[in-house]
Design a protein around this ligand. Structure first.
Ligand code: ZN
Length: 89
């Protein structure tokens, strides 16, 4: 339901006039204007969720990448360590 930009009361659509009317403050708004505003707000909310979701996903992806790198580094260190030990012997 669309809300009145002035008093936040629920608007009533006057279909024959293509306008929304607020029963509380009796203001009239063009239907297209209210629907465009609702669409923009919906998009904002939806985008916010999407960004948070992809941020969380990128975090977990980075974590797994870091883990892979760490494991590779550990293996390299171990191998180098073994080489040094062998040389010394
Ligand atoms: Zn109003």
């Amino acid at each position: 339901m669309s809300k009145c930009p002035n008093c936040n009361y629920e608007l009533v659509l006057l279909e024959h006039r293509q306008k929304y009317k607020c029963p509380k403050c009796s203001r009239l708004y063009p239907q297209i204007e209210i629907e465009r505003r609702d669409f923009v707000e919906f998009n904002k909310r939806h985008k916010g969720k999407q960004i948070r979701k992809s941020f969380m996903e990128s975090l977990t992806n980075k974590n797994s990448l870091l883990n892979i790198r760490r494991n590779k580094m550990l293996k390299l260190h171990l191998r180098d360590g073994m080489k040094i030990i062998r040389r010394k012997c």
